[in-house]
Design a protein around this ligand. Structure first.
Ligand code: FES
Length: 513
């Protein structure tokens, strides 16, 4: 099965085998562009550049789609999480039109790719239905409808919606779509390799040195290139973008229904966080995918509760036969409502980044690929300024960010804990993790299913915040900039590039049953 960045299995991951690369034998050490990250952004960028004549290498630390591309619910939207009235207010009405146009172009590219490369990924065009359930939401809905129409969307009031959820008013936006994201990116990967591109999976980037050429040191050797693209969802190291993107987690489940009332289109309520609904047929079986219960990463004590609440919501409105899959996934909210795509702040002109897609990762990942291609090829990119990661656009009142603890970078821990002491620190069930105090120091403690304890320094190796336990995905998540670590402290998601410090257990008691 494809690896993913958590313990839960997504609908896609459970049904699509890992991608087998064909390009390894032709590996070189010098490329025009090295792309770090094998999700939709990295692969689409690679394909566009390779087809434009650049020699590209895509380096993925795990399997293709390991990160959010393997956990998205894959709504393809021009009706965005950031309403067009917010985009118009922050960036101007003309730019709201540019965003609507860019997202429509991204959806065109996806459709063309599906057709051109015969990608069997359950791609289907659909409408999006947004519905209000009280008077306040109706007012908001009208603002969204009007400004979306002003930006160029075809959006109108409608009398009925595809899901059996009570509503007072609803709009329908045309020109949206859906697909199986892993099957899609595997198709893109195949096309990229057929065009001469190289993919290395299970290959982690250790560092990038900027000189006359870029030197990308990886676990598979050092590669030189003119340009480097970080398509890693958030760049590694310490960067301005870590202060401008806030990590969130969203919860999803794929269920089968008793009554076959699977909705064809995409639907959204207007709560904050909102619920989203759509159907995908996988191996002949339709699944209703329901999502929601989003929260800031590391800020929910009981992540199991998020699944239970989501399931209760689903059972209220649908006749569920079985919850077949449930999983959670991470996304990054930008401070001012638009992604950051372009030159990586504070670095050489040849390093690029794309981040802050909010809940529209499939769409903005494709927008990013189109824009990065234009910037790297020095084609006239009208969107370059709008999405510039270096833009100065502080938005007053954006208070959801957690400030990091700048004074906790260097915690000194004793290196030897007896298992008996640790057992007294936390009454942990098998499979449970907890932050506990020991001699006024915090310890990230996990007990695996066989009873073995793992003790870690909870100080995130990125910028020193304390990580929090995510019970459902069995990971240590950092609330500051979204780094995530496995139960044993190994990095699974950047921006951190070093593991959590392991605290050594006394050898004779290391395993407590
Ligand atoms: Fe930045 Fe943890 S402090 S991700």
């Amino acid at each position: 099965m494809i690896q993913r960045d958590g313990a839960q299995t997504s609908l896609w991951q459970g049904n699509v085998p890992p991608y087998i690369t064909t390009s390894r034998a032709e590996r070189k050490t010098v490329y025009d562009v090295v792309i770090v990250g094998g999700g939709i952004t990295g692969l689409t960028t690679g394909l566009l550049l390779q087809e434009a004549g650049k020699q590209c290498l895509i380096v993925e630390a795990n399997d293709l789609g390991f990160g959010t591309t393997g956990g998205t619910t894959a709504h393809l939207n021009t009706l965005l999480d950031t309403p067009y009235y917010v985009i118009a207010k922050n960036f101007g009405e003309d730019n709201a039109k540019h965003v609507a146009h860019a997202t429509a172009e991204a959806l065109n590219l996806i459709r063309n790719n599906v057709n051109r490369f015969n990608i069997d990924c359950g791609y289907q065009e659909a409408d999006a239905f947004l519905f209000a359930q009280d008077a306040d939401q109706e007012k908001e809905l009208e603002k969204i409808r009007q400004t979306s129409a002003d930006a160029g969307l075809q959006i109108d009031y409608i009398q009925d919606i595809p899901v059996n959820v009570p509503f007072t008013k609803a709009v329908r936006a045309a020109g949206q779509a859906k697909f199986n994201p892993l099957e899609y990116i595997h198709g893109i990967a195949k096309a990229f390799e057929a065009a001469g591109g190289t993919i290395l999976q299970q290959c982690r980037v250790i560092n990038v040195t900027e000189d006359d050429t870029m030197k990308v040191a990886t676990t598979a050797g050092v590669f030189s290139s003119v340009d480097v693209v970080y398509a890693t969802h958030i760049p590694p190291g310490i960067n301005l973008l870590h202060l401008r993107c806030a990590p969130y987690r969203s919860y999803a489940m794929a269920v089968t229904l008793e009554d076959d009332a699977y909705p064809e289109d995409l639907s959204y309520d207007m709560y904050d966080p909102y619920h989203y609904y759509r159907t995908q047929i996988v191996k002949g079986q339709p699944y209703l995918i329901i999502g929601g219960e989003d929260h800031k990463t590391g800020m929910e004590e009981n992540t199991e509760k998020c699944f239970r609440t989501l399931e209760a919501h689903a059972r209220k409105h649908f006749k569920i036969r079985e919850v077949a899959y449930r999983w959670s996934s991470q996304y990054f909210e930008p401070t001012d409502g638009l992604p950051y795509i372009g030159y990586l702040p504070g670095h050489d002109d040849h390093i690029y980044v794309a981040s802050g897609y909010g809940g529209n990762g499939m769409t903005f990942g494709t927008v990013a690929a189109q824009l990065l291609k234009c910037i790297i090829l020095k084609e006239n990119a009208t969107l370059e300024k709008l999405f510039d990661p270096n833009r100065i656009k502080p938005v007053a009142g954006f208070t959801n960010f957690v400030t990091h603890n700048t004074d906790v970078v260097k915690e000194i821990f004793g290196k030897l804990f007896s298992a008996d002491e640790l057992r007294q620190l936390g009454d942990l069930a098998p499979g449970e993790g907890k932050l506990v105090s020991y001699h006024d120091k915090k310890v990230a403690l996990y007990r695996d299913d066989a009873g073995k304890f793992y003790a870690l320094n909870p100080t995130c190796t990125h910028m020193g915040c304390d990580v929090k336990w995510n019970q459902t995905e069995r990971s240590w998540d950092c609330p500051c900039h979204g780094a995530r670590y496995n139960y044993d402290g190994k990095v699974i998601t950047g921006p951190a590039d070093a593991d959590l410090e392991a605290l050594v257990l006394s050898s004779e008691n290391a395993k407590v049953v």
